[in-house]
Design a protein around this ligand. Structure first.
Ligand SMILES: Nc1nc2c(c(=O)[nH]1)N[C@H]1C(S)=C(S)[C@@H](COP(=O)(O)O)O[C@H]1N2
Ligand SMILES: [Mo]
Length: 199
């Protein structure tokens, strides 16, 4: 008999999409931002990865677009309880971006152009689990949804999917991001309903 933990009851991997506990399904794509939408020019846009030893890896928009991309179709789950099934993206996997990055870090603090931050374990961004996405449904990612490019890490609540990404900071210690510092769960697994600290 396989052991099934309560939080994972009913989860179907690779099969038909299912709602995590406490979520409802919507076909809308709500916009949730802590502040105004920054208008970013791809002329000056850059994405950087900084390591714990201070090494900086940098991509211009042209360099970023030249990287191999993938087209994940994923379900997304917002802590405000909407879930959206089968969303279509194009992006560069974090695996590709860290290919030549040497690090001993276990954590990441994502920094966005609007000042937003969110923290994640590095391992949650690897092995095909996360992308820097720049297209949605075959079109450029709209500014309100994080364009030019956003993090997409669909297995965690959507606040972890930072919009308008600028810098991926590799850190030895786990440093809380914007929502994590004000009461949201540090990890945010929708299947274990980790909405707030203590969940
Ligand atoms: N830079 C930035 N990223 C952000 C946010 C934000 O305010 N700023 N809001 C987060 C929250 S709380 C959610 S639910 C999702 C919403 O993404 P959407 O507006 O594309 O639906 O973006 C996340 N990423
Ligand atoms: Mo959110």
């Amino acid at each position: 008999m396989p052991i099934v933990t309560p939080g994972f009851r009913g989860r179907r991997r690779g099969g038909e999409a299912k709602l995590p506990p406490g979520q409802y399904r919507t076909d809308d794509f709500p916009v949730l931002s802590a502040g105004p939408t920054p208008r970013l020019s791809t002329e000056t846009w850059e994405f950087t990865i900084t390591t714990e030893t201070g090494v900086v890896h940098e991509w211009s928009w042209a360099e970023f677009l030249a990287l191999p991309s993938e087209t994940p179709t994923v379900d997304i789950h917002c802590v405000t309880k909407w879930s959206k099934f089968g969303t279509n993206w194009r992006g560069v996997s974090i695996d590709t971006l860290v290919e030549n990055v040497e690090t001993a870090a276990d954590f990441v603090l994502m920094h966005s152009y609007d000042g937003y931050t969110t923290n994640l374990p590095l391992e949650d961004l690897l092995d095909g689990q996360a992308w820097i996405a720049y297209e949605f449904d075959g079109d450029d990612l709209p500014p309100e949804h994080g364009g030019p490019a956003r993090l997409l890490v669909p297995h965690l609540y959507f606040w972890k999917s930072a919009k308008w990404v600028h810098n991926l900071e590799l850190t030895l210690d786990n440093e809380p991001g914007f929502w994590e510092a004000s009461g949201y769960h540090d990890y945010g697994d929708p299947w274990r309903e980790q909405r707030y600290q203590g969940d």
